[in-house]
Design a protein around this ligand. Structure first.
Ligand SMILES: NC(=O)c1ccc[n+]([C@@H]2O[C@H](COP(=O)([O-])OP(=O)(O)OC[C@H]3O[C@@H](n4cnc5c(N)ncnc54)[C@H](OP(=O)(O)O)[C@@H]3O)[C@@H](O)[C@H]2O)c1
Length: 234
């Protein structure tokens, strides 16, 4: 019997730092992403979760792994961030973003819940944009608000199960997602860091540590936990 982490998007950025943190704490890790994460102690499931049918290819393998676990932590981390606006966001594009950022989490929960015992946890990765909006990120903002709703429903629907849940909401974190979104423009990155009270970007490891803490402390249940270094409000 062992402790298992099931994580989506563990191949890079915040996800990869989180995988390394759980491995260092004695967990076996099951990672879902399109590219492989080649680390000892990791079972890789290569899937494209933006496709509704991703579950069909791996459900037997996932169920079998989960059945052997003494306790399970699920971290819903994979997401995409596009530039779009309420004026031009294509409905099909919104559907695809919701599939990866929200619906895939529901699908994974439903695969794992029958095997999850008391002491297990379901941790969602939201964003500062889970509770506020900025212009030009309509599909992302919409999906990250939905993640909070899914987390709150998780807390209510699983009452009495001994499973706890949280939505950790990172601020600007130095990963491929952020750098690509900003066109790898160092001037913009510096300006963004200047908008944070601590004057710097967050390192992926800091979010990994927060996810670890949330997973190990059932007192934080049904809560939104912001981890953004403090953003300067205008
Ligand atoms: N970086 C930030 O500033 C920031 C701020 C707030 C919130 N967040 C949130 O933190 C989480 C991690 O972000 P990050 O910055 O670490 O992003 P990242 O570096 O872009 O990593 C995203 C991960 O998601 C996986 N992924 C993307 N599309 C996928 C798909 N179709 N199917 C399966 N996996 C897929 C990627 O793996 P493959 O490419 O191998 O599939 C990768 O492992 C996200 O939920 C993001 O919204 C980030």
């Amino acid at each position: 019997m062992k402790k298992l982490l099931f994580i989506t998007g563990g191949s890079k950025g915040i996800g990869r730092a989180t995988v390394e943190t759980f491995l260092a704490n004695g967990y076996h890790v099951v990672n879902f992403s399109r590219s492989a994460l080649d680390l000892e102690g990791v079972t890789q499931i290569r899937v494209d979760m933006s496709n509704l049918t991703w579950v069909e290819d791996c459900s037997d393998q996932v169920t079998k792994l989960a059945e052997s676990a003494e306790s399970i932590c699920v971290i819903h981390n994979a997401a995409v961030l596009y530039k779009d606006s309420v004026r031009d966001l294509d409905a099909l594009r919104l559907q695809q973003v919701l599939q990866l950022n929200v619906i895939a989490a529901l699908q994974l929960n439903q695969l794992l819940l029958p095997s999850m015992k008391g002491g297990s946890s379901i941790i969602y990765v939201g964003s500062t944009l889970s509770e506020k909006a900025v212009a030009g990120s309509c599909s992302y903002v919409t999906s990250k608000h939905a993640v909070v709703g899914l987390m709150r429903s998780t807390a209510q629907d699983l009452a009495g199960s001994g499973i706890h849940t949280t939505c950790v909401c990172p601020g600007f974190t130095d990963t491929e997602m952020l750098r690509e979104h900003l066109g790898h423009d160092q001037t913009i990155l510096d300006a963004i860091a200047g908008g944070v009270t601590q004057g710097r970007l967050i390192q992926p490891q800091e979010i990994a540590d927060t996810l670890w803490f949330a997973s190990q402390n059932a007192v934080i249940n049904g809560a939104v936990l912001h981890a953004n270094l403090g953003q300067i409000e205008h």
